[in-house]
Design a protein around this ligand. Structure first.
Ligand code: NAI
Ligand code: MG
Length: 353
């Protein structure tokens, strides 16, 4: 099988880590029978300065027509009138799920072992951006629409269930630090207050996850504020957490803080039949150009993209190589307390691969 991958480095250290991601794909063992072709695509602040748009039509068209998946680095956001290309891409390609695994390994754990994933709905909720401001005798009043649909709630819950089953298989093949023996999905909402919107999310998630194919998955729920508390108190308890857009946004940044560095945390923007891998960090202007940016978040994003393209074996090999690098703690970038360069970490992961 040959997969065509769009490469969108963007700005800043996006240009240092995306080439590392490409090297990983090029270096997968030949026994996997997996080949890749690449197309370089533009987006971001520099593209905006050059062309007046942060997301050229050509980038979107090429992704739609030619590509099976993509890697997105990071973009800088500095000016008004500039809108985020990743947000636009999610919309244009209907990438309705944002998936963010947060994991420690023995070598980078400061406390309890964490291995969880936040699955965030990506198309609706308060982020439909339907706001208005009304003048009243007592001053201005601003309002925003929170839109929750059965359709979006169902498909995000379904994909959360599928991720839970798949993680169980990956654990079975490579147990690593996790001792979990039953996959679990936690539904997050605030339906005690918002009985219609979050109520619909909760009800629909329950229905989606009650499907026969998920009979081995334990399903539970948490009110979002208590979810935050428990996520910080006992992160080791959680497996897959599914949430509407806004709660998912907040939970996923919060969860990223549970592990040592932003440079470790991957994500994927996922639709039906398409996935974009994207490290969670930004363009990191403070370390740009020094060759010391941590490539692990991007390398894990490569694996995550492959999972959603159906290439589990390839993904599992990459995860194992990354865990090996972190556990050995011999080649770590400065954000992890080490002295290695981006290139040295990449070479170490490649060697293990
Ligand atoms: P940032 O994620 O770029 O950096 C935060 C801190 O983490 C910095 O000290 C940075 O050096 C460090 N860091 C981040 N990634 C690292 C890596 N791979 N290796 C080692 N250290 C790493 O967030 P910040 O500074 O708030 O934003 C910088 C720019 O990035 C802004 O223009 C912001 O708008 C943009 N940004 C873009 C995102 C995206 O494209 N998805 C996400 C977050 C910010
Ligand atoms: Mg965020």
């Amino acid at each position: 099988r040959t997969l065509r991958i769009g490469l969108i480095p963007g700005d800043g250290i996006g240009r240092e880590v995306i080439p590392a991601g490409r090297r990983i794909l090029e270096s997968l063992p030949s026994s996997l029978n997996l080949k890749f072709s690449f197309v370089d695509l533009e987006a971001g602040y520099e593209t905006f300065q050059k062309t007046g748009t942060a997301l050229p039509d050509k980038t979107v068209d090429t992704l739609k027509k030619e590509c099976d998946g993509a890697l997105f680095g990071a973009v800088s956001t500095k000016v008004a009138g500039y809108s985020s290309p990743i947000v636009a891409l999610r919309k244009k390609l209907d990438l309705y799920a944002n998936v963010r695994p947060v994991k420690t390994t023995a070598g980078n754990s400061t406390g309890k072992p964490i291995d969880l994933v936040i699955v965030r709905e990506n198309t609706e909720d308060l982020y439909v951006k339907e706001e208005r401001t009304i003048d009243t005798p007592n001053g201005k009043v601003a309002e925003a629409i929170k839109r929750i649909s059965e359709h979006a709630s169902f498909r995000i819950s379904n994909i959360a269930g599928e991720i839970a089953l798949r993680r169980q298989n990956i654990r079975a093949a490579a147990p690593g630090i996790s001792t979990r023996d039953q996959p679990m999905v936690t539904i997050t909402h605030k339906s005690n207050v918002l009985s219609q919107t979050d109520g619909l999310f909760r009800e629909t998630a329950r229905r989606a996850l009650a499907a026969e194919k998920f009979s081995s998955v334990y399903v539970e729920e948490q009110i979002v504020d208590s979810m935050v508390y428990k996520l910080f108190r006992q992160p080791e308890f959680y497996d897959v957490i599914v949430a509407p857009n806004l709660y998912g946004d907040i939970l996923s940044d919060g969860a990223a803080a549970l592990v040592g560095s932003l440079g470790l945390v991957p994500s994927a923007n996922v639709g039906d039949g398409f996935a974009i891998g994207e490290p969670c960090h930004g363009s990191a202007p403070d370390i740009e150009g020094q060759g010391i940016s941590n490539p692990i978040a991007t390398i894990r994003s490569v694996a995550l993209m492959l999972e959603f393209l159906g290439e589990m074996d390839a993904a599992a090999k990459i995860y194992a190589a990354v865990d090996g690098n972190l556990d050995a703690a011999q080649f770590l970038t400065p954000d992890m307390g080490g002295k290695a360069t981006t290139q040295q970490v990449l070479e170490d992961v490649l060697k293990r691969l």
